[in-house]
Design a protein around this ligand. Structure first.
Ligand code: SAM
Length: 413
C-alpha cells in the first residue's frame, strides 16, 4: 500500500510513520509513505498558504490551489508507479465518523491520500474537486488534521499483511466484530493485592476462550449497548445448544413445584428491580409471586421448571391463549451456560399453535433483548404503537417493549 499525507507539518507525520511497529514495517517495505509540504506548492512570493475567509469571520482558510497542485503531483506519482488514482480523504471535523469498518474499507485501497486542514479549515472547492470522502475522528475539534490523519494511517496500516506479528492480534481486538475486547493482564500474578482472574492461570485454552468471550460480550453490553445490539443482530443463534443428559423441564403441577417456581420468579423480579434502580424492599415476596403465578395459571398460563441434576435452577411460562412467553428466570450460578436460550426455545415450541410467540421485555433489560434478537425475535414495529410500550407493574413503572418471533415457527422446524 502507498500512503500520502498532504500537510503543513510533514516532518511531524513522517516521524510518526518511522517509529515503532509502523517504522519497522516501513523499513521492511511493507508499505510506502510520503508526507508532502503544502507550502512547496504555493505560487506566491511569501509562500503563503492561507487567507481571510470570504464573508468575514475569525481565523484563516487554506488556499485551494497549493493543495490541488500537491494532489495532482501525488496522482501523477501513483500513475507513474502503475497504481490507480489514490483514494483521497480530507480530514475534517464535519466529516463522517471514523469507525472500524471504515478502517477495513480504506485498508483495501492500493493508495490512500490524507489531506490535513489547519486554521479554520480548507477552501471547500478543493474538497469538492478532489475529495472522495471526508472523515472526522471524533466529535471534538483539533487545531489541525495531522493527528487525525495519523489516526487513520495507523489504524489502516496495522491491517496490512505482515505489519502486526500475528493477524489474530487485530481480529481479537475491540470493534473488530462489533465487540469490545476482554480485559488483559500480565505479570505479576498479584499486583497490590489484586489477583489475576484465576481462569487465566489454568492453561485450559477452551475455558479461557469462553471466559474472554463472556467478558467481551458483557463489557460491550454495559459500555456500548449500541454495538452490543448490532453484534446480536449479526450473530443469530442458529443451532440451539443440546440439552444435557441431566437436564429436565417439567410442568408445574403440585404445590411444591409451584413453591419452587414462585421462588425463582421472585429472584428474577429482584434482579429486574435492582437493574431498574427500584428502592430495595419494594420487590414482591415469593408469596406474592405465588399468588401472581396462580392467577396467571387460571388465565391460561403454563409454567415449566428447569432442573439440572435434580436442582431447580430455571423457570419459563407460556400463555396458550395469547402466545406470550414470560417469567423467564435462571438462578445466578446457572447463568451463562445456555439455559435461558434452551428455555426460550422450549417455550416457543410449546406455543407451536401461534405463528409469532412474543415476549414483553423491560426496555433496559439488554441481556434478554440481546438473547431475543439472536433468537429471531424483533421489536414490534411502530405500526402497532399501542402495543409497543406498556407498564409492567403500575407501582414501579417499567417501560416494556414487545418482541415477536420473525420467522413463523413451522418454517423453522
Ligand atoms: N472550522 C472547522 C470546523 O468548525 O469544522 C474546524 C477547523 S480545525 C480548527 C482545523 C483542522 O483540523 C480541520 O481543517 C481538520 O483538518 C482538522 N480537524 C479538526 N477536528 C477534526 C476532527 N474531529 N477530525 C478530523 N479532523 C479534524
Amino acid at each position: 500500500m502507498r500512503i500520502d499525507i498532504v500537510t503543513l507539518f510533514p516532518e511531524l507525520c513522517d516521524t510518526f510513520l518511522s517509529t515503532s511497529i509502523l517504522g519497522r514495517a516501513r523499513n521492511k517495505g511493507l508499505f510506502e509513505a510520503h508526507c508532502h509540504q503544502i507550502r512547496d506548492y504555493t505560487q506566491n512570493k511569501q509562500r503563503q498558504t492561507d487567507d481571510y475567509p470570504y464573508g468575514g469571520g475569525c481565523g484563516m482558510v487554506l488556499y485551494a490551489q497549493p493543495i490541488a497542485d500537491c494532489l495532482r503531483e501525488v496522482i501523477r506519482q501513483c500513475a507513474e508507479q502503475g497504481r490507480p488514482r489514490p483514494h483521497i480523504v480530507f480530514l475534517t471535523a464535519a466529516g463522517q465518523p471514523y469507525k472500524e469498518e471504515t478502517t477495513r474499507r480504506l485498508a483495501a485501497c492500493d493508495s490512500l491520500t490524507l489531506v490535513c486542514g489547519h486554521y479554520e479549515g480548507i477552501d471547500e472547492r478543493v474538497i469538492e474537486e478532489f475529495g472522495d470522502e471526508e472523515i472526522s475522528i471524533g466529535d471534538y475539534v483539533l487545531t489541525g488534521g495531522e493527528l487525525a490523519s495519523l489516526v487513520v494511517a495507523d489504524s489502516v496500516l496495522r491491517l496490512q499483511p505482515g505489519v502486526l506479528a500475528e493477524e489474530q492480534g487485530y481480529q481479537e481486538e475491540s470493534y473488530w466484530d462489533n465487540l469490545l475486547e476482554y480485559p488483559q493482564y500480565t505479570r505479576p500474578e498479584v499486583w497490590e493485592g489484586r489477583p489475576v482472574p484465576p481462569v487465566l492461570l489454568t492453561g485450559d485454552h477452551d475455558r479461557i476462550q469462553a471466559w474472554r468471550g463472556r467478558q467481551s460480550r458483557e463489557r460491550t453490553r454495559t459500555r456500548r449497548p449500541d454495538l452490543y445490539l448490532a453484534w446480536c443482530e449479526s450473530h443469530p443463534i442458529t443451532r440451539i445448544p443440546r440439552w444435557k443428559r441431566t437436564e429436565r423441564a417439567c410442568l408445574v403441577r403440585d404445590a411444591a413445584q409451584m413453591e419452587a417456581a414462585a421462588r425463582l420468579a421472585a429472584e428474577a423480579r429482584r434482579t429486574l428491580y435492582q437493574t431498574a434502580g427500584v428502592v430495595p424492599g419494594s420487590e414482591p415476596s415469593p408469596q406474592t409471586l405465588r399468588e401472581e403465578l396462580e392467577n396467571r395459571r387460571r388465565e391460561g398460563w403454563a409454567f415449566y421448571l428447569h432442573s439440572m441434576s435434580g436442582t431447580e435452577d430455571g423457570l419459563v411460562g407460556v400463555c396458550h391463549k395469547t402466545g406470550q412467553i414470560g417469567y423467564l428466570a435462571v438462578t445466578e450460578p446457572s447463568r451463562g451456560i445456555g439455559i435461558g436460550t434452551r428455555l426460550l426455545d422450549f417455550a416457543r415450541k410449546k406455543l407451536a399453535e401461534h405463528d409469532a410467540p412474543w415476549v414483553a421485555v423491560p426496555q433496559d433489560n439488554l441481556a434478554l433483548i440481546g438473547l431475543l434478537i439472536r433468537m429471531d425475535f424483533r421489536a414490534q414495529t411502530a405500526a402497532n404503537p399501542g402495543k409497543m410500550t406498556g407498564i409492567l407493574s403500575e407501582n414501579v413503572g417499567f417501560r416494556q417493549q414487545i418482541y415477536r418471533i420473525q420467522t413463523p415457527l413451522e418454517k423453522k422446524l
